[in-house]
Design a binder for this molecule. Structure first.
Ligand code: 6PG
Length: 251
């Protein structure tokens, strides 16, 4: 089991975007220095938009060796890439179309496929090929960005879903009845927990209750099951999302 998470609380959503973007820059530099490349998993939802925009602007844009990056997604909704609910579209518009990352190094999840199980298996193969994973091993991403839902979901790992108990497949199709687009494809806990760094980006008072439950170890929701085995976990919160934390969680 990994060490205790590092909880960072910043003033507001703007500071969250600034801090998160700087963190991506730092992790990218470290990975490129060490291995000549950088693997990044992007989160969907609304919270990371400001972070992606910040990363796509000068001066941070020029501080990431985007030509050395491999970009993946934590989850995708069953919509085509041009759909307003597409996580790929959001990331493309805010970040990927604005930086120097070659299109061949951006790996979107084809969740619009009729057969989402086959599309999930295809994405798992892609991860293995691109990251050079040996048979039976899980890919080890340099950085996984995650969001948090008020119900405690993360990526598309929803409470009560059998996919939360997955121990083998790195990618799975899910049906999330409560979500606006219920059919989805998601990375699973084993591959998230094999990452070198996992960073939650959480903003807003409506998340404060679940943040407290997860960080006080009082929750069994999927977000609480993210514990990188041989990596680090950071919770980056704005003051509103951290509003219900008491010491020692709110360090
Ligand atoms: C998705 C996500 C999901 C998201 C959370 C938080 O595709 O829906 O990846 O896990 O990160 O629901 O979303 P918000 O940032 O919009 O609150």
């Amino acid at each position: 089991m990994g060490s205790a998470p590092n909880v960072i609380v910043v003033a507001d959503q703007e500071a969250l975007a600034e801090t998160a973007a700087q963190l991506v820059v730092d992790v990218a530099a470290e990975a490129v220095d060490a291995r000549g490349r950088f693997s990044l998993v992007l989160a969907g939802g609304a919270t990371p938009r400001a972070t992606y925009r910040r990363l796509a602007q000068s001066p941070l844009r020029d501080r990431v060796a985007w030509r050395r990056a491999r970009v993946f997604f934590g989850d995708e909704r069953a919509v085509p890439p041009e759909h307003p609910e597409s996580n790929y579209r959001m990331a493309y518009e805010t970040l990927l179309s604005r930086v120097d990352v070659p299109a061949t190094q951006v790996f979107r999840i084809r969740a619009e496929a009729d057969d989402t199980d086959a599309a999930a298996a295809e994405y798992a193969r892609t991860l293995g090929e691109v990251l050079g994973t040996r048979r039976g091993e899980l890919p080890r991403f340099d950085l996984v960005l995650l969001g948090l839902g008020v119900d405690g979901h993360t990526a598309s790992l929803f409470p009560g879903s059998p996919v939360v108990r997955e121990v083998f497949r790195p990618v799975a199709a899910v049906h999330a009845a409560a979500a606006v687009i219920p059919e989805r494809i998601t990375l699973t806990l084993p591959v998230i927990n094999a990452a070198a760094r996992v960073v939650y980006l959480v903003a807003g008072a409506e998340k404060a209750k679940v943040v407290r439950a997860v960080l006080a170890d009082q929750a069994t929701v999927p977000a609480a099951m993210v514990r990188p085995e041989n990596g680090t976990l950071v919770w980056l919160l704005d003051r509103a999302a951290a509003g219900r934390l008491t010491a020692p969680e709110a360090r």
